[in-house]
Design a protein around this ligand. Structure first.
Ligand code: B12
Ligand code: SF4
Length: 507
């Protein structure tokens, strides 16, 4: 093993109970047994900078790798990486993850991020360390999925590697992680079970929705582990930690029906509930019997990108596949019959030719959401504001640039409060979306969350739920959404948790 060690860092991503850090586990797996490394999980450290600094002061480390998702993770990733360059200039800094891959220019121009892993790092990261350890700079351009500045200061983006057979990837070093942070502490109590595992079983997505950050990285490619391989890990967690629920963090867990049904058969008798993300038109092709089988095997809720009920806007979003407004309505009814909760996300605030068209579409979608709730009151609704992603070359991206939108030009700007709201898709700073439109959406969302609190926040039950419903009922039924302060106050008192920001409420 090399003398030079690596720190693999997971910046803080949420308050409260934390999920197992799959991103850094997979990066660790890629160099496990080849290079020495330590994990630092910002979620579980009181002062992660102190921990990092103490490691670096030993002089044994040369590489600092951080995973970087947009939003709160930037608050540690940016200042820590900058400080490392200032205080320990010999350290090589490497960023990976969705923010890094999509915003690589601003990261490299900062001067304190040396290398970006563009998408999966499973072969890229060990090859990068190998080249740097052996002083083989000339090899860098041949390493796939890498972005860096060459000696002339030009940005080099190397070839993209085809997605690997996921079954051949090394197992995650759970035992090694356990030597830093007890793995059992990551298994949260959620609305699904008392010990919930977060698991990621596939890479990419076969679609190319023009608003989605997965597209520029994976270009409509998807590869999943086999059901048997997933089940091996599930069994490990069942036997060692007695888990009773799983959150599948895949972008599109349900892409392969064969895999889902095989997996359902495998876990049928394990008493494990699960949640995953999928597409309406994909799962709509499953038969009623398939859905029932999944439910029996533990599938409790599925997150689905409904986006909008308007077929013309679905087209503008390049949603692809066969999804339509009518299909969404039919589908939520099928899910009701199968007893699986559909968790539908909507994207409001798309650009349009005139201000009136933008607003009319918002009002139209609000009505559509209410229609969905009438068909299936258990359907969960998540509302996002459209936040552009840099899908270079797409029509929609061109449209938003023409409308005067641009991303921050420095990393420091990304951690300003307004851009943080952009990341959380709560205020996207898009010029066509006027403050009164944002108010309408937010107020509707508050009333909706009052009248129909999410089941995933299991503290809001009994009298709390009833009180919220009484208070919001009049507003919901009469479309009166202005200034819903009384609902906000109750949400604040009971610390209502919106799953789209920090994940499901957990203890
Ligand atoms: C889990 C998760 C969360 C959790 C984080 C829990 C935790 N563990 O800390 C929570 C719920 C907090 C969360 C929140 C948000 N999330 Co999130 N989240 C994810 C999710 C579902 C899984 C991440 C994961 O573990 N992946 C598995 C690992 C193995 O894959 P990976 O991270 O891509 O890592 C590979 C490569 O990227 C690379 N790599 C990654 N990091 C590094 C680092 C180094 C050094 C190297 C070498 C390589 C490398 O190598 C890895 C192995 O090949 C992803 C979607 C997805 N499927 O990835 C979204 C995702 C990353 N989230 C996203 C977003 C936008 C958010 C939010 C900002 C907003 C929102 N409303 O959703 C919030 C707020 C963020 C916050 N609070 O920090 C987006 C990012 C989109 C974008 N614009 O870039 C994604 C892609 C979801 C989506 N499709 O929209 N999130
Ligand atoms: S189906 Fe979902 S994950 Fe796939 S590109 Fe569309 S929005 Fe992104």
């Amino acid at each position: 093993m090399s003398q030079n060690k690596t720190i693999i860092f997971n910046p803080r991503s949420a308050n409260g109970k934390h999920r197992i850090p799959n991103s850094i586990l997979q990066v660790g797996a890629s160099i496990h047994g080849k290079y020495s490394y330590v994990f630092v999980d910002g979620n579980l450290e009181n002062d992660p900078w102190e921990t990092i600094r103490n490691y670096l002061k030993t002089g044994e480390f040369k590489y600092f790798g951080s995973t970087v998702m947009p939003g709160p993770q930037l608050r540690q990733a940016i200042p820590f990486t900058k400080k490392i360059k200032e205080d320990f200039p010999g350290i090589v800094t490497v960023w990976g993850g969705y923010f890094a891959s999509n915003q690589y220019k601003v990261a490299l121009h900062s001067g304190y991020v040396d290398y970006i892993i563009n998408g999966p790092g499973d072969t890229t990261f060990p090859q990068l360390i190998h080249a740097l350890e052996n002083g083989r700079d000339e090899q860098l351009e041949t390493i796939k999925n890498l972005i860096f500045k060459n000696k002339k200061g030009d940005i080099i983006k190397t070839a993209v590697e085809a997605l690997l057979d996921q079954d051949t990837l090394p197992r995650f070093p759970y035992d090694y992680l356990n030597s830093f942070y007890p793995v059992r502490n990551y298994l949260a109590k959620t609305f699904m079970g008392s010990k919930t595992l977060s698991y990621h079983s596939s890479m990419g997505c076969p679609f190319s929705c023009s608003f989605c950050a997965v597209v520029p990285i994976f270009n409509a490619k998807w590869k999943g582990m086999s059901a048997a391989r997933i089940y091996e890990d599930v069994k490990y967690f069942k036997e060692n930690f007695n888990i009773d629920a799983i959150e599948f963090h895949d972008n599109n867990f349900f892409t392969s029906k064969k895999r889902v049904l095989e997996f359902s058969h495998l876990i049928m008798d394990d008493n494990i509930s699960y949640w995953g993300e999928g597409r309406i038109d994909t799962i709509n092709m499953y038969s009623d019997d398939d859905l029932k089988l999944m439910r029996k095997a533990g599938c409790k809720m599925i997150f689905l990108g409904a986006e909008t009920g308007n077929d013309a806007v679905l087209k503008q979003m390049n949603k692809g596949g066969t999804q339509s407004g009518q299909m969404i309505k039919d589908f939520v009814l099928r899910m009701k019959n199968a007893d699986i909760i559909p968790e539908l996300s909507f994207v409001l605030g798309m650009p349009a030719k005139t201000e009136k068209e933008v607003y009319d579409q918002i009002l139209w979608d609000i009505n559509f959401i209410k229609e969905i709730k009438t068909i299936n009151p258990d359907a969960e609704i998540i509302i996002y504001l459209f936040s552009p992603v840099p899908t270079e070359g797409s029509d929609l991206y061109k449209q938003i640039l023409d409308a005067g939108f641009s991303f921050p030009e420095t990393l420091e700007e990304w951690i300003s409060p307004s851009w943080e709201n952009f990341d959380l898709r709560k205020n996207p700073l898009t010029p066509w979306l006027k403050p009164y439109m944002i108010d309408t959406i937010k107020n509707f969302e508050t009333v909706l969350n009052g009248y129909y609190p999410t089941v995933s926040d299991f503290r809001i039950r009994g009298y709390k739920k009833q009180l919220l419903q009484v208070v919001s009922g009049f507003r919901y039924k009469t479309n009166f959404y202005h200034y819903p302060y009384e609902i906000k106050a109750l949400h604040k008192i009971w610390k209502y948790r919106q799953p789209e920001i920090e994940g499901f409420y957990s203890e």
